[in-house]
Design a binder for this molecule. Structure first.
Ligand code: GLP
Length: 242
């Protein structure tokens, strides 16, 4: 596992965006999975801005959304879909056929999971997966205690996820379950990057990188990825052993 530490959030975001741009230049039909959330927000903005400015062909890559809040409408500003629509899909004019997002309002969530697993395997797997880390060590909605062998699945949310997740919503949101890609997708991806910024993430980054690999702290799995990388800013790195 590689560790890359950047001065601050803008520098981190520029370098993460560069990972996406370089991959699309090298492999225009790459399969790329991104998390939503505060951490990748600037990465998505920089990626879209650079792609437009540098006239990069973004019409051939496949975009996979990592997860979604079950029962939250796509027009709700706190939904993952809204995040991707606003920051990537609209600015880059991505077509419906190249974008795969969970429908969290579906009456058949197992079918949503099956469709996502099928779409990923039909495309030959994920080339690049860029994920954040939750305050309880989750990746996507792979909550503490999750099986490392899971593909897409629906899960009850951890108390910490429910509390922290309120930050994305105007007013209080009823968050109970999440639908998410599994850690098997992460481990099968050709490259996996965990990103984090700010001092509040320092304790979870320390546990993810220096802790014992355990399903009780799912992000520790990145230590075992053959081509895994952790990209963080100096604040998030501040508790690491020197
Ligand atoms: C959320 C999402 C994750 C995200 C993580 C960190 O609950 N389920 O996909 O990566 O928590 O979010 P943030 O970047 O806002 O700290």
């Amino acid at each position: 596992m590689q560790l890359k530490i950047y001065k601050d959030y803008p520098e981190l975001s520029a370098n993460v965006a560069d990972e996406i741009i370089s991959l699309i230049k090298r492999k225009p039909d790459a399969v790329i999975c991104l998390a939503s959330g505060d951490t990748p927000r600037l990465t998505c903005q920089v990626f879209a801005e650079r792609a437009i400015k540098e006239k990069i062909d973004t019409s051939k890559f496949t975009f996979i959304g990592l997860d979604e809040w079950v029962g939250i409408s796509p027009v709700n500003e706190g939904s993952c879909r809204y995040f991707f629509e606003t920051l990537l899909i609209k600015p880059l004019n991505l077509s419906g056929s190249q974008v795969h997002l969970f429908d969290a309002l579906s009456k058949n969530l197992s079918e949503e999971c099956r469709k996502m697993d099928k779409a990923i395997s039909e495309k030959g797997g994920i080339d690049l997966m860029i994920v954040g880390i939750g305050m309880n060590g989750h990746i996507g909605f792979n909550e503490p205690g999750v099986s490392f062998d899971n593909y897409a699945h629906v899960t009850d949310l951890d108390e910490i996820t429910i509390t922290v997740g309120q930050k994305y919503f105007k007013g209080s949101a009823e968050l109970k379950q999440g639908i998410t890609l599994g850690l098997k997708h992460l481990m099968n991806s050709k490259k996996a990057i965990v990103i984090a910024n700010a001092a509040k993430k320092a304790p979870v980054i320390k546990k993810a990188i220096e802790g014992t690999v355990s399903d009780l702290f799912p992000a520790t799995i990145i230590q075992q990825h053959a081509n895994g990388c952790v990209m963080i800013d100096e604040e998030a790195a501040s508790l690491l052993n020197k």
